[in-house]
Design a binder for this molecule. Structure first.
Ligand SMILES: Cc1cc2nc3c(=O)[nH]c(=O)nc-3n(C[C@H](O)[C@H](O)[C@H](O)COP(=O)(O)OP(=O)(O)OC[C@H]3O[C@@H](n4cnc5c(N)ncnc54)[C@H](O)[C@@H]3O)c2cc1C
Length: 528
């Protein structure tokens, strides 16, 4: 094996005197919800594969470990945010961040994949060599030193946003403000907000989560929004689920509730697309019931866009509305003219006094965890790639990435992608392939934005995101049922993904990988 490793390293351009390099079949980047799920799939469905998880932080959980603001919780139900293979047993379906983190940790612990994680390893660069049919992956290790790994397949589970900082627009006069400005992504551990006047800038999922939680002890919280968002209240406990769980085995009850929630979410999404006016009236009607006839629902809760042009915001048990009814929370729909010493002046002339201003202004999207990708010496520009089945990218060999749904729980798609990657790896083994690359052969495919949401953070990142195509397998349908047929049951060799066997000139690599001299690869008929 040492001879093979040496030959592979030499083909990858790794110097002979370079520090020890570790070789794996699969290298997973990220130990969040997706990375832990991917590792569990791999361990069960491809038991002979060796793998490692590289995680830049010191903890499991990604999003659910990073965000520590008051009230942090899911905004989709746990029966679909949970893994397909591990029932969610918690009492609430809209649950707190800590319980989600515990669920991810327990999954890792019980399956043993926690032992495969290398914490403090930030992956910075990956270079693919067709000569070796391997990725050479560079990371900075826990001690800050550069470490290198070699893998046959690179699986990016690095999430979709920048962990270092959130999106923070600049406003005039910010440095005049004498109070504290806080971004929810960097919530100070000891922030004392009891009895304080707080303004939360934003009206997305983070703002509507934070506002009622802060209102429990703050003097008053104002949610300042430039434009409204659709807000829907759902019970935090699912009575049907809890009933079924009492009478049925856990796995069966979980599967039934999961399907119920998948189908209900799809139904409401489709209805929103087909009959937006009806859906809008229904949502605003519910808000009117919550806040009574005297409240200006049109101004503060009626967005300019249709339902599901952006993600709907879910509030559990009407907590936001209850805080508004209690007079602890108010909403201002206006724009900031300037920060002042004591708060904010709005374009309408209104002044909002504040001790603390929270900028719930969103995330900065990041593609593939900021990784620099090089394919055969050429730097890959991800914005010029087409996403294949929501899992791979055109002309990037042996690489998959987990990216969840925008109109349903993230995990539904991340789970399907992980299952697909295992099928792909097994297919390659069965046919003796070393390399798989989605190829864009059909010139009539039209490029479209990766995500068709109008949300600010997708619009800001349009230029760096990959594209989707106008037809399958390049189209992202954001539809769990269609994706089940494509990813779980569809042919792996679908005519678009190209498979190849390595043909390496050097005897050591050839012997190990059963190639023969001449070009690096022989591409096979895609439908073999
Ligand atoms: C506040 C908040 C609430 C959310 N609520 C929901 C919800 O209710 N429902 C839902 O479906 N979705 C929700 N989402 C989306 C959420 O991110 C996903 O549900 C899910 O947690 C994503 O998991 P992930 O593992 O793919 O990514 P992440 O959770 O982002 O984890 C990625 C991991 O990769 C690591 N990493 C990244 N780059 C590198 C690198 N270069 N090298 C090494 N490691 C790296 C990170 O440190 C991190 O640990 C929410 C997002 C946020 C921010």
């Amino acid at each position: 094996m040492a001879v093979v490793a040496e030959a592979v390293e030499s083909a990858l351009g790794i110097a002979e005197d370079a520090p020890h390099v570790e070789h794996f079949d699969v290298l997973i980047v990220g130990a969040g919800l997706s990375g832990i799920g991917a590792a569990c799939h791999l361990q069960k469905e491809c038991p002979s594969k060796t793998f490692v998880i590289l995680e830049s932080r010191a903890a499991i959980g990604g999003t659910w470990d990073l965000f520590r603001y008051p009230g942090i919780r899911s905004d989709s139900d746990m029966f679909t945010l949970g893994y397909r293979f591990r029932p969610w047993r918690g009492p609430k379906t809209i649950t707190d961040g800590w319980s989600i983190l515990e669920y991810i940790r327990e999954t890792a612990r019980e399956s043993g994949v926690d032992r495969k994680i290398r914490f403090g390893h930030r992956v910075a660069r990956a270079s693919w060599s067709s000569e070796a049919a391997r990725w050479s992956v560079e990371a900075s290790g826990a001690d800050g030193r550069s470490v290198r790994f070699v893998c046959k397949f690179l699986y990016m589970c690095s999430g979709y946003y920048d962990y270092d900082r959130g999106h923070m627009p600049g406003w005039p006069g910010m440095n005049r403000f004498r109070g504290r400005v806080v971004h929810p992504q960097q919530w100070p551990e000891n922030l004392n907000y009891a009895g304080r006047r707080i303004v939360v800038i934003g009206s997305g999922a983070t703002a509507v989560t934070l506002v009622p939680a802060l209102a429990e002890s703050a003097e008053h919280v104002t949610m300042l929004q430039r434009s409204p968002t659709y807000i829907v209240s759902r019970p935090s406990e699912d009575k049907i689920a809890n009933g079924l769980r009492r009478h049925l085995p856990a796995k069966l009850a979980y599967a039934m509730v999961r399907w119920k929630n998948v189908l209900l979410t799809m139904y409401f999404y489709t209805l929103s697309r087909r009959k937006p006016a009806r859906m809008k009236n229904w949502i605003l009607g519910m808000v009117r019931q919550e806040l009574g006839p005297g409240y200006d629902v049109e101004k503060h809760f009626s967005p300019r866009y249709n339902p599901w042009d952006q993600r709907l915001c879910l509030v559990p048990d009407s907590d936001l509305f209850a805080a508004m009814r209690a007079g602890k929370v108010s909403i201002a729909t206006d724009e900031i003219e300037t920060f002042t010493e004591t708060g904010l002046r709005l374009k309408s002339g209104e002044e909002l006094a504040a001790d603390i201003i929270i900028t719930a202004t969103g995330l900065n999207l990041k593609v593939l965890g900021g990784l620099e990708l090089v394919v055969d010496g050429v730097r890959a520009d991800m914005s010029r790639t087409l996403n294949y089945k929501g899992a791979m990218f055109s002309d990037i060999p042996n690489l998959a990435s987990a990216f969840g749904y925008t109109n349903a729980s993230w995990t539904l798609k991340a789970d399907l992608t992980a299952g697909y990657v295992c099928r792909l790896l097994r297919y390659m083994d069965a046919h003796g392939y070393d390399c798989c690359t989605p190829r864009r052969r059909d010139p009539s495919i039209v490029e479209e934005p990766f995500v068709d949401f109008t949300s600010g953070y997708f619009q800001r990142a349009k230029a760096i995101l990959p594209k989707q195509g106008s037809r399958r397998p390049w189209r992202l349908y954001q539809n769990y049922l269609l994706d089940i047929f494509t990813l779980r049951f569809g042919a792996v060799a679908d005519g678009t993904i190209e498979f190849a066997r390595l043909r390496d000139r050097r005897p050591a690599v050839r012997a190990a990988l059963a190639g023969s001299p001449s070009a690096h690869f022989t591409a096979d008929s895609p439908r073999s």
